[in-house]
Design a protein around this ligand. Structure first.
Ligand code: C2E
Ligand code: MG
Ligand code: MG
Length: 681
């Protein structure tokens, strides 16, 4: 800024370099001081337009000398508006000198404490440059650290404003008005980061600028520079000053956009692309700052896949956003939430107790249900796992616990959330270990077959046995089937185990037969999951054949529930029967006892469950047993009682003509060697 004195008072004017840049663009500047009604013309304006330095008072003095009388009111209006505080006013007038059109634009730049305008910058432009000036002013008013005026016709770069850094190091170079090519390559090799140089060269090439200016007056290119050893993000903005798309004059502005860029990068790193809300990384960051306890919730939606396959993924994403909105409405100010991926979300409830968490989740479920109806989309049914979090906890661990709790109830429709318990976790860990150990255990014969004898209560003769599996741990201890059978039934491994037991029993029977012993039938259990094994009947038949033992020596036990369930199972059971395997209906009376079952399948023996035996001595229990046994006999079946533990039970069953008894009263399941002693030659 330059300084001038007028009537003993200091006034300012743009510095000469800036003036020069403006004049090169055909723009002449002045300053206007509303309180003094004074215009101070810039030196270059005085030189180029041959006008006075000071005009006082305004607008009268201006109008007299520079404007045709017909345009007097236009000029007066302009200054009146500025005086009354309008920020920028522009008008086109005719010059009294040569009658040519000039455009006058005045912009207030300073205000006093009461908000009254104190000074303004004015520019005078020739008509053909009028369109250009707006862009120039806009470009200049932006937050650019360095601004250059480039005259392509004369191949000359004039700095308008230089950032502190550039000024310090290259000020002299730029002020020497270098050629465009030299200025750019100088700038690029000195400041632009090496990786971005080639691209920047291309961006600044005349060819590229022409291409862009053919479509738009403004061209923007971002690059990285190195300053004080640090990477800064910069933006170059080139504004074409030519009235058409040709390349004559342009303004180049350079600014530091590191802050915006960092914010943008952070946005990408922390914002979930589907919901526009926080992602897991942001969630973790926010949680790390928490000092109060709370609960972490892992949320999933039942069969969300259906939504995607029925409605498509676009609609699917829309529904995920709706779910997100419901979550956001559900949580309080101090709570957190994030979309993890697919239909998984995470929530943190701060400083609440279990009951409050349950309530909130219940509300969220209702809310989602309502929203599904409003949107006419498949019902969105969430389920949650919850685990307690304390500031010293690791988020991953707690989230994992919440996931475990959630998995536990995945198949359940009666509850929608569960809290993590250490017992669940140990069980899951144990199950994982069992799954891992399964194959090797089959190979190394760690599964043992034990035999529980069945006796005829009248003769007390050994009439049969049931094969029951045990798992031998590496430390020698035995694991009960109650521990591992349910797991292997769930993961489908049971079929390999059942087949292994069956093969073992077949081979054993064969050995005893070869030894000439009096062999009794040893029944094996066939789980429901095994029944789904492809060609299970053929496989079992083939094994028996290979080993060379008649199927009548290895009856098959199927539980009543499996027998009841499903038509195809009934057909399978019938095929076992046809293949010559005696079929025992196991655990009769344990589940939903149905006498109908007795009639529809070719069962040869009915096994009364221990729960029925336990009722002996109770009037109702006794009658039930009487009728069940009578009916089974009526249908031509044998009856075996399981879980018989005392003499009175034996006596009662004997009275009812029960054919055989399997229970601790006679014998517990025995290891092979002990049982073998009972199979006499
Ligand atoms: P299950 O087939 O009903 O076998 C009878 C169960 O009752 C056996 O338990 C047996 O030890 C027990 N038991 C027999 N008499 C008494 C008694 O007087 N009192 C008491 N308290 N219990 C008695 P175990 O060996 O623990 O087997 C449990 C279940 O595991 C079996 O019930 C069966 O469903 C299953 N299982 C065992 N081995 C196999 C197998 O190889 N394959 C399949 N799929 N399941 C098997
Ligand atoms: Mg059984
Ligand atoms: Mg049973």
């Amino acid at each position: 800024m330059g300084e001038v004195l007028y009537h003993g008072k200091k006034y300012y004017e743009p510095d000469r370099r800036a003036q020069q840049a403006l004049v090169s663009a055909g723009i002449y500047s002045f300053r206007y001081y509303p309180k003094d009604r004074l215009v101070v013309a810039s030196d270059l304006t005085v030189e180029n337009l041959g006008c006075r330095k000071f005009y006082d008072p305004v607008p009268e003095s201006l109008v007299e000398e520079l404007i045709v009388p017909e345009d007097r009111t236009l000029c007066e209006d302009l200054f009146e508006k500025i005086d009354s505080g309008e920020k920028r006013v522009s008008t086109t007038l005719r010059s009294s000198r040569d009658q040519s059109l000039i455009r006058l634009t005045v912009t207030i730049t300073d205000w006093d404490e009461e908000g009254k305008p104190e000074s303004a910058i004015g520019i005078i432009e020739k008509p053909d440059e009028v369109t250009v000036s707006a862009e120039l002013v806009r470009a200049l008013s932006d937050d650019y650290h360095s601004i250059y005026y480039i005259d392509f016709d004369n191949n000359e770069v004039t700095p308008y404003r230089l950032s502190e850094n550039i000024e310090k190091e290259y000020g002299a170079f730029f002020r020497s008005k270098p050629e465009y090519g030299a200025a750019m390559s100088g700038y690029i090799t000195r400041t632009v980061m090496e990786e971005d140089r080639e691209e920047m060269m291309r961006a600044c090439s005349l060819k590229n600028l022409r291409e862009h200016f053919a479509e738009s007056k403004v061209y923007v290119h971002d690059f990285r520079a190195v300053r004080d050893g640090k990477v800064v993000y910069c933006r170059m903005k080139a504004v074409n000053l030519s009235s058409d798309s040709s390349l004559h004059k342009a303004i180049f502005g350079f600014s530091d956009i590191s802050r915006e860029k960092t914010r943008e990068l952070e946005r990408y790193a922390y914002i979930d692309p589907v919901t526009g809300g926080d992602n897991y990384i942001r969630f973790k960051k926010k949680l790390e700052e928490k000092t109060e306890k709370g609960y972490i919730v892992s949320m999933d939606i039942h069969s969300f896949k259906v939504v995607n396959s029925i409605c498509g993924t676009t609609k699917g994403d829309e529904i995920l956003r709706e779910i997100w909105r419901c979550i956001v409405n559900n949580i309080g100010e101090r709570d957190l939430a994030a979309h993890i991926n697919a239909d998984h979300y995470i929530i943190f409830y701060e400083g609440v107790d279990k009951e409050a968490v349950s309530e909130r989740l219940e509300m969220l479920t209702i809310q989602l249900g309502k929203r599904s109806i409003e949107l006419n989309v498949p019902q969105q049914l969430p389920y949650f796992g919850v685990s307690a979090w304390e500031p010293e906890n690791k988020i991953e661990q707690i989230y994992n616990e919440a996931n475990i709790a959630r998995h536990e109830i995945k198949e359940r429709k009666d509850i929608n959330h569960a809290f993590f318990s250490q017992a669940d976790a140990s069980r899951i860990l144990q199950e994982k270990q069992m799954e891992d150990a399964f194959e090797a255990s089959i190979r190394n014969h760690r599964f043992e077959v034990w035999y529980q004898p069945k006796y005829n209560p009248d003769s007390e003769a050994l009439v049969g046995a049931e094969a029951l599996v045990r798992w031998r741990n590496s430390d020698g201890t035995l694991v009960s089937p109650a521990v591992f059978i349910p797991l292997f039934e769930r993961n489908g491994m049971i079929r390999y185990l059942d087949e292994y037991v069956f093969r073992t029993v077949c081979s054993q029977q064969k050995r005893w037969l070869e030894e000439g012993r009096k062999v009794i039938p040893v029944s094996v259990n066939l789980s429901r999951a095994s029944l789904y094994f492809q060609n299970v009947v053929e496989r079992y038949q083939k094994i028996a054949e290979e080993v060379g033992v008649d199927p009548s020596y290895v009856p098959i036990e199927i539980t009543e529930t499996a027998a009841l369930d499903d038509k195809s199972i009934r057909q399978l059971a019938n095929r076992f029967y046809e293949a010559g395997f005696p079929l025992h209906i196991d655990d009769f009376g344990a589940g939903y006892s149905s006498f109908a079952t007795l009639n529809i399948m070719h069962f040869d023996t009915l096994k009364l469950d221990k729960s029925l035996i336990d009722y002996i001595g109770n009037y109702g229990g006794d009658r039930l047993l009487e009728h069940t046994i009578a009916l089974a006999k009526e249908l031509g079946m044998h009856v075996t009682a399981e879980g018989v533990e005392n003499e009175s039970q034996v006596a009662f069953l004997q009275k009812l003509n029960c054919d055989s008894i399997q229970g601790f009263y006679y014998s517990k399941p025995l290891p092979l060697e002990e049982f073998a002693l009972k199979i006499v030659a």
